[in-house]
Design a binder for this molecule. Structure first.
Ligand code: SF4
Length: 459
């Protein structure tokens, strides 16, 4: 019988870690006590509650050791590629070359939260003229300027075109700071004309064949630049093998989501599920280890589901969550309020969808890039949210806005209206700043009200 799981504070995790070590737990090279990350400045861990399993420990250590991993890769002779904005497509191409490693410098947007502003990145962005009228992705500028986080890649590749104003402005500022960027264009995904040849994209949308061909030609330019940088060719066979490996990760994430979102009691907390889903976009800089981390989470979640134990009770309200949160602590608040996650759309659902393997690899990548929820209309995004809410039996929707983010100024109300009309469920729209400390009571109350509204509607 599996012990009922608990979410632990960092102090409790110290004791749990000692117990696991005494019981003979074996860890990978990046393993260790979570406390050491606080000593490195990751102070937010002091205010999070984390799942008590060895699988979760491995997940957190994998996430929080990424900067070390990138430096080790660079020291071993591998070359780094900073992929930007497309969230999931360019890294598949990069990892098809065995001497390159891709990561997203945009991921620096979580550093001000993880380090509770001890990083000073937003202050540096302010001094560079990119103030808090922009979304927290501006933290990336600070990380390039002080070079205290990820190693600076010699090659930056960014999508442009159907991207938000914030990202365009921030990336252009980065280039003006002396970091050249290789741009490739992604057009706005439009509905095909009635008689226009079209193809089905991963996920649920169709795109005009001409748009797919255009994106493919842009990705061919990326391919040539990567070949030049790697000093070797990137064949279709290499790309097909890369797509196969990316799909292994995506299949495992689909299995994990299926187990966790459909179990009677949530076998894993919302916070760890958010971190796990993020692995899809660039495999946390180690594609093989990413598979092992996911295998352990699947095994733990599966055991708990079979034994009918979880981090929530059966009454917990099943919530679908749209947009990632700037402060990870909000995911703890949801469970404290009596909710649980049953479905997500964190801006990168196209990185979770399987890449097509029945078409030539460059076409498959072009189709995946066009399936990005952020290159289509908010109406498309709302339709996908409705479909996935039905599939996971979600009883409520939370749309969390990101401060200053141009992508969500108007889409929140639109998604809310479509979901209310189509599914008739309660919808809550909240704004989540980088640190929620002063707003915790308000957010808690609003989440509790959502939970109560759903529960009242059940009887
Ligand atoms: S506005 Fe939204 S999509 Fe654009 S960079 Fe910021 S968080 Fe990402």
């Amino acid at each position: 019988m599996t012990q009922p799981p608990r979410c632990l504070s960092l102090d409790q995790w110290d004791r749990r870690y000692a117990e696991l070590c005494a019981a003979g737990m074996r860890e990978p090279s990046y393993g260790g006590c979570l406390r050491r990350h606080v000593e490195d400045g990751d102070d937010r861990l002091l205010h999070l509650k984390m799942d008590d399993s060895p699988a979760a420990l491995r997940l957190w250590n994998f996430l929080l050791s990424e900067e070390d991993r990138l430096r080790e890769a660079q020291a071993s002779g591998k070359r780094l590629v900073g992929a930007m904005k497309d969230l999931g497509t360019v890294p598949v191409m990069v990892y098809a070359l065995d001497n390159l490693i891709a990561f997203y410098p945009d991921g620096a947007w979580w550093l001000p939260c993880i380090m509770e502003h001890g990083d000073g990145l937003l202050r540096i962005a302010d001094s560079l003229g990119v103030d808090d009228s922009f979304c927290p992705v501006r933290a990336m500028l600070g990380a390039f300027e002080n070079e205290a986080h990820f190693p600076i890649p010699e090659l930056l590749v960014s999508s442009v075109g159907a991207t938000c104003d914030d990202f365009s402005a921030i990336a252009q500022r980065l280039e003006a700071m002396g970091h050249p960027i290789f741009w490739w264009e992604i057009p706005h995904r439009r509905p095909p004309e009635p008689d226009e040849p079209s193809v089905l994209l991963p996920g649920m949308f169709r795109a005009a064949q001409s748009q797919v061909a255009f994106v493919q030609s842009e990705l061919e330019r990326v391919r040539r630049r990567l070949e030049e940088y790697a000093g070797k060719s990137l064949s279709d066979d290499d790309l097909s093998a890369g797509i196969h490996r990316a799909n292994l990760v995506r299949r495992k994430l689909a299995t994990l989501r299926e187990i966790v979102f459909k179990a009677a009691r949530a076998p894993l907390p919302s916070l760890e599920m958010l971190v796990a889903e993020m692995l899809a976009i660039h495999f946390c800089s180690d594609q093989y280890e990413c598979l092992v981390v996911l295998d352990e989470l699947i095994a733990e979640a599966g055991r708990r589901a079979v034994d009918d134990v979880g981090v929530t009770d059966e009454e917990a309200v099943r919530v679908f969550w749209v947009n990632p949160v700037a402060d990870l602590r909000v995911m703890n608040l949801l469970e404290d309020a009596g909710g649980r996650i049953c479905g997500t759309e964190y801006l990168f659902s196209h990185a979770l969808d399987l890449l097509p393997q029945h078409v030539p690899p460059m076409e498959a990548l072009a189709r995946a890039a066009l399936a990005d929820p952020m290159v289509g209309s908010a109406r498309d995004r709302a339709a996908r949210v409705c479909r996935d809410m039905r599939a996971f039996g979600a009883e409520a929707l939370v749309v969390s806005r990101i401060p200053g983010a141009s992508h969500c100024a108007m889409e929140g109300p639109l998604i809310r209206d479509v979901v209310r009309r189509e599914l008739g469920v309660p919808v809550l729209e909240i704004e989540v700043p980088t640190l929620i400390d002063t707003m915790t009571p308000t957010l808690q109350t609003r989440l509790e009200a959502l939970v109560e509204t759903v529960k009242r509607g059940r009887v």
